[in-house]
Write a protein that binds this ligand. Structure first.
Ligand code: ADP
Ligand code: MG
Length: 302
C-alpha cells in the first residue's frame, strides 16, 4: 500500500444466510459496507478473507457459476448508452449464450411487463430515471437468474417512480424469486423485506425478520398529546401510569412512551383533563426501525 494511505476494513466478520425465495434487505447508512457486501456476493469485489456461496456456487472458486445464477442491478444504472433499449438486453443475453432470436423474444417480454414495449428502439438517454432502473432490472433478469441483487435501487427516483418500482419488486418476490436488496431508506426496508440485516461501519448490528426487529425497538409506542396549554403536573402523573415507560413535555405537547400501544390513551386523557388541560390532538407512532437504529448506534439513519 502506498505511504500515507490508511487501510480500512470495510466489513468485519459479517455472517449471514439468505433463504430461497426470501426478500432480504441490507439496511445501513452510507459507508456501512452495503455495496462492498454485494460486491463480494456478486464477484465484483474480492474479499481479503472469509467465504460466501450464492445458490450453491462459491464466489471465489466458481465466480462464473455465481454470475450465471445471479442478476445484478448496480447502485448506479450503467446501461450501454450507445445501444438502444432492446439491444441493451440482447447484448447482455449474449454473455450468457442466449441466441439473438430468443434474446429479442425475452427482451420484448420483459419490456412489456415493465410497460416499456414502446421504448424498445429508444436510446437509453431518452428514458426517465425510473425507466432506466427498470431497464437495469430487465437486463438483470434476462438470463433467468435464481437470485436478484439490487444495490439501493430507488435512490434518485421521484416518489411515484419509487412506489412503482416497489410494486415491481413485490411482484417478483411473489413469483418466488430470491431478492437481496440494499437500502438506506428505513421505510423501503420495512415495506419490502421479509428479513433484514442492519449494518453500520462494516458490522452486523441486528439480523431478524423485519417485524421482529421493529418489536425490539425500545420505548414502545410513542403517544403525543397536543394540549391547549402546558401539561404541568400531568407530566409526572403520566409517568406514574401503568405501561408508561417514559414521558416528557415541551410547551403544550406531552410525549409518552407506552409499552401497551394505544391502550393507555383513555387513562392519559383522563389524567390530563383532571389537571385542567384539554387534548386538541393525539398521534401514535409505532416502534420503528428508526428507533431501533438509534438505540443500536446512537445516531439517526439518514
Ligand atoms: N474502492 C474503495 N477504496 C477504498 N475504500 C472504499 C472503496 N469502496 C468503498 N470503500 C469504503 O468502504 C466502506 C464501505 O463502503 P460501501 O460498501 O460502499 O458502503 P455503502 O454501500 O454501505 O455506502 C466505506 O468506508 C467506503 O468509504
Ligand atoms: Mg453503496
Amino acid at each position: 500500500m502506498p505511504a500515507g494511505v490508511k487501510e480500512l476494513v470495510a466489513l468485519h466478520g459479517l455472517d449471514l444466510d439468505v433463504g430461497e425465495g426470501e426478500f432480504f434487505g441490507l439496511l445501513g447508512p452510507n459507508g456501512a459496507g452495503k455495496t462492498t457486501t454485494l460486491g463480494i456476493l456478486t464477484t465484483r469485489v474480492l474479499a481479503t478473507a472469509g467465504q460466501a456461496t450464492v445458490a450453491g456456487a462459491d464466489v471465489i472458486n466458481d465466480p462464473v457459476g455465481v454470475r450465471r445464477r445471479i442478476g445484478v442491478v448496480p447502485q448506479r444504472a450503467n446501461p450501454d448508452r450507445g445501444l438502444n433499449v432492446l439491444e441493451n438486453l440482447v447484448f447482455h443475453a449474449a454473455y450468457f449464450g442466449i441466441p439473438r432470436g430468443e434474446a429479442i423474444r425475452r427482451g420484448m417480454e420483459h419490456l412489456e411487463r415493465l410497460g416499456m414495449q414502446d421504448k424498445a428502439d429508444e436510446k437509453v438517454d431518452a428514458l426517465s430515471g425510473g425507466q432506466q432502473q427498470r431497464l437495469m432490472i430487465a437486463r438483470a433478469l434476462i438470463h433467468e437468474p435464481e437470485v436478484l441483487f439490487l444495490d439501493e435501487p430507488t435512490v434518485g427516483l421521484d416518489p411515484q417512480a419509487r412506489l412503482s418500482l416497489w410494486e415491481l419488486l413485490r411482484e417478483m418476490h411473489r413469483q418466488g424469486r430470491t431478492i437481496v436488496m440494499t437500502t438506506h431508506y428505513m421505510q423501503e426496508a420495512d415495506e419490502l423485506c421479509d428479513r433484514l440485516a442492519i449494518i453500520d461501519r462494516g458490522k452486523l448490528l441486528a439480523l431478524d425478520a423485519t417485524a421482529t426487529l421493529k418489536a425490539k425497538a425500545p420505548g414502545g409506542t410513542l403517544i403525543e398529546l397536543e394540549l391547549d396549554g402546558p401539561p404541568g403536573a400531568a407530566l409526572d402523573l403520566a409517568r406514574g401510569l401503568e405501561h408508561v415507560t417514559g414521558a416528557d413535555a415541551t410547551d403544550s405537547v406531552l410525549r409518552v412512551q407506552s409499552a401497551a400501544g394505544g391502550r393507555i390513551i383513555s387513562a392519559l386523557i383522563d389524567t390530563v383533563e383532571r389537571n385542567g388541560c384539554h387534548v386538541k390532538n393525539i398521534s401514535l407512532t409505532e416502534p420503528s426501525l428508526e428507533t431501533l437504529f438509534i438505540s443500536l448506534t446512537g445516531r439517526k439513519l439518514d
